[in-house]
Design a protein. Structure first.
Length: 243
């Protein structure tokens, strides 16, 4: 996961807005450019998270929809579309994305491995020491405008939380062992979380995306003798991948 994508893009956005404000004062831009950006600059705060989500977790439906809505609002607020054109454009984009999502979902099935690695997956060239290690029984991980890689080896996992705000978390819990039914709460706001779920537990995923999404890519374990982990996902303009 490219954890700093949101931070970099928002940094470039603020710099670009600063250049636009300065250029407007000194007459660098044409009247049409000034009109379009002055009326629709706020839509960039919808478009940029969608782009950041694509960079972080790939071209998922919610990221593409977010960009489409941002572009539509930009065109509408700046007067580039008439009322009739605006409505037609919106529904055409929605139908196009739904059709594309159905086709992509049909042809590109998630790939599973019969024996997923139990050690933390490492980026090319990365050292194992780059991962923060802990044995917290109830961890509470936070990333704000930053990225973190964490491994938890608790033998008495009792629950936990992870929150990513304009940042990213990559958490390996495959070797963590819950001894009873527990709950993990994952929250991402303009960010992303990759969680490698414990291998010795059953997993139940719940939650509602808000202009975001979460994907379950792990191999389910239905052994009734294992404890149940309920993962509650809240994705606001962001993404959560469970692996």
């Amino acid at each position: 996961m490219k954890r700093n994508s949101a931070r970099i893009l928002f940094g470039l956005l603020f710099i670009g807005l600063a250049v636009f404000v300065a250029g407007s004062a000194f007459g660098w831009w044409s009247d049409q450019v000034i009109h379009v950006l002055s009326e629709s600059w706020w839509t960039l705060f919808i478009i940029v998270p969608g782009i950041a989500g694509i960079i972080s977790s790939g071209p998922k439906f919610w990221n593409l929809l977010l960009i489409a809505i941002g572009v539509w609002l930009m065109a509408e607020s700046s007067g580039l579309l008439s009322e009739g054109q605006s409505s037609a454009f919106f529904w055409a984009v929605v139908l196009l994305l739904v059709g594309a999502w159905l086709l992509v979902g049909w042809f590109w099935k998630p790939k599973h491995h019969d024996n997923p690695p139990l050690s933390p997956p490492q980026p090319d060239g990365a050292e194992t020491s780059a991962w923060e290690k802990s044995i917290d029984d109830r961890p509470d991980y936070i990333a704000v405008f930053s990225g973190r890689q964490l491994s938890n080896y608790s033998k008495n996992l009792q629950g936990g939380k992870a929150t990513a705000v304009f940042g990213g978390l990559e958490i390996n819990m495959r070797d963590a062992v819950p001894v009873q039914d527990i709950t993990l709460e994952l929250t991402t706001i303009f960010g992303g979380i990759d969680l490698y779920v414990p291998s010795r537990a059953r997993i139940k995923v719940t939650g509602t995306p808000v202009f975001g999404g979460f994907d379950s890519m792990f191999i389910p374990n239905d052994d009734p003798s294992l404890p149940l982990i309920t993962i509650k996902c809240t994705a606001v303009f962001g993404g959560i991948d469970l692996k």
